[in-house]
Design a protein around this ligand. Sequence first.
Ligand code: FUB
Length: 450
Amino acid sequence: MKKQKISWIVLSIFMCFSFIGIAQNPIIRNQYSADPSARVFGDRVYVYPSHDILSTEGKGRKDWFCMEDYHVFSSDNLIDWTDHGMIVQQNKVPWVRPDSYSMWAPDCIERNGKYYFYFPSTPKDTITYGKGFTIGVAIADKPSGPFIPESNPIKGVKGIDPNVFIDKDGQAYLYWSSRDIFGAKLKANMLELDSEVKILGDLPSKGLKEGPYVFERNGIYYMTYPHVENKIERLEYAISDNPLGPFKVMGTIMDESPTGCWTNHHSIIEFKNQWYLFYHHNDYSPTFDKARSVRADFLTFNLDGTINKVIPTLRGIGVTSAVNEIQMDRYSNISEKGTSIAFVDAVDTFKGWKTVLSQSNAWIEYNTVDFGKKRLKSVTVKALSSTGGILQIRTNGINGTVIAEVKIPVSTTWQDIKVPVKKFESGIQNVSVQLTDNNKQVEVDWISFE
Ligand code: FUB
């Protein structure tokens, strides 16, 4: 190995803590994460989420949000996500109470080659800044940091969930929430308000609103926000011809979580001519909704600029290479009967999920897999079965061509079973796995081609 290559590897180890390499939802798989603020900087998407941790004795409030730092993640293909490590932590910010565990939803924006990271927390000095949340800024020369926190929070701001929007004319706006949504102009230094604070009062008056996220498309300013119309939050939007309104309420972007995750919090970006919604759900922690995980799905507009409702998926975004592990449990389609999804290890949920096929013809399908041009000769299935069973693997979806038949042996431990691919279809394919026999049960962790 050349010396230059060795030093590059050493450098990468110091700069990036892990390479996640996963396309499906949730996209962040090495920790809990929430409130994703996605931004396109250069040819990469950067995601600045909150970092949920579980409170323990003396660390945060029991059964509540517990957050002590922020990481940033990035990807150039929306599949392989890099964790660039911790960028800001509560006990390194001069104005933050070092044991506040209140580093809630952040945002980041670029201006003149500097990256401004906005974050809410509770101050040490409540006489100067008052009780409750206020918002501070940390500045970096690169989107992945290092970020240097300002000594004081922004004057005149009380609340959470900062969001910054820079208009075409260069004017920057800061939005935040505290039951209602507030907005003000920012000075060119991005650190001070440059106008009166305005309550954006034309949004729904009943129920909590938070997590503002503003963007502009074809001259329409979209104010998007989680809102509690009933019991829990759903994502809604309003539009205007001005960044500070008045806004006209338009409708829902994403319905309430069907499994009751109380919060949702999102951001919307366009990347390589496709729009995306980043949001969160409590995938790794289904019984505790303060330990959340970031997801992403496609977002589309109608010709008149209205937003089509986004139905959350497990499949998520991005093209998965056939030579990587294809996690079928993050499916795009599933048979009505006989297929279910479960954690591989209910104690350590970060080990991910498995597909359980438990009756004949039960199937699962995973879309947008890139088989490339070069013939792939074999497929490996990571499977576990107490009964044994035969799986058929197809490209072109569940009604497509059977490209391999895999005999899964009886076993009490996970096995990698490799068989030849009988027929190869190149390019982007939807892959399905189907159990052929009755009275059998086969669990599949992933499949992968070579
Ligand atoms: O993550 C803590 C809080 O929960 C955020 O600030 C809100 O937007 C909600 O997601």
